[in-house]
Design a protein around this ligand. Structure first.
Ligand SMILES: *Cc1c(COP(=O)(O)O)cnc(C)c1O
Length: 227
């Protein structure tokens, strides 16, 4: 698809997002649109940045390292989100490049991130991934383990956790999973501060907004199908 296509589609996603907000009386600026640029080259990303988009998501540390240092140097107000699973041996690179990580789901990762952030003097915004469908092949903390895992992150690692993230099973209605993530967020805020909600992708971001998403992660609806 053409580069102008991605810019147009980004605007139309913004419109639909604003429409979904209106339906449930939410201010549209309460939802952060993350344009998921995984698999797309810098030439496809640059026009979307030029059109004003400032939040981008990638799945893999290594791919992001090839694409983003240059783009971030040119556009210092871009926020880069890591959405995919993180190995602890990549924590150093991830902390150096990303601003937000949505996939914190193991104690080893939480400890490694805390250590690296202290080492590098950087504070990233962190989301805990929850495996709301309890799928064996999927990353994320089981719903029942969320309170213990958050306590570990907060008390043992001294981390502030900004929110929760989920990827619903492909073959189920996403609303049930969005509702569950919201309930977990409501129950596990820190000193009255509610947790943010990273949920909703190309196929269901409007539903996610209705269930209170604060961050939606939209790839193919902006950049087109991935090869
Ligand atoms: C790829 C990906 C997305 C975007 O998916 P689309 O269906 O293309 O919008 C969102 N979140 C995560 C974690 C992803 O891996």
């Amino acid at each position: 698809m053409s580069e102008a296509g991605a810019t147009d589609r980004m605007q139309s996603v913004r419109k639909q997002m604003a429409e979904a907000c209106r339906e449930v009386d939410r201010p549209p600026d309460g939802v952060c649109l993350i344009a998921v640029s995984k698999t797309f080259p810098t030439e496809a990303i640059a026009p979307v940045i030029a059109a004003g988009q400032r939040h981008f998501g990638e799945n893999r540390v290594q791919e992001a390292q090839q694409k983003w240092p240059g783009l971030k140097a040119q556009h210092t107000d871009v926020t880069l989100h890591l959405l995919g699973p993180l190995q602890s041996n990549k924590a150093k690179d991830a902390v150096g490049l990303f601003d937000v990580i949505h996939s914190v789901d193991r104690r080893k990762i939480a400890s490694a991130l805390a250590r690296e952030m202290a080492e590098q003097g950087r504070t990233l915004e962190l989301f805990v991934q929850v495996n709301t469908g309890e799928e064996p092949q999927k990353a994320g903390v089981a719903p029942l383990e969320v309170p213990d895992f958050l306590a570990f992150c907060r008390q043992e690692c001294g981390l502030e956790i900004a929110g929760l993230m989920c990827i619903p099973p492909v073959d189920e209605a996403p609303a049930v999973h969005f509702a569950l993530l919201r309930k977990l967020a409501d129950e596990n805020g820190d000193e009255g501060r509610p947790l943010a909600l990273s949920m909703g992708m190309s196929a269901d971001y409007d539903v996610a907004v209705q269930f209170g998403a604060t961050h939606i992660r939209v790839g193919s609806a902006i950049f087109g199908p991935r090869g």
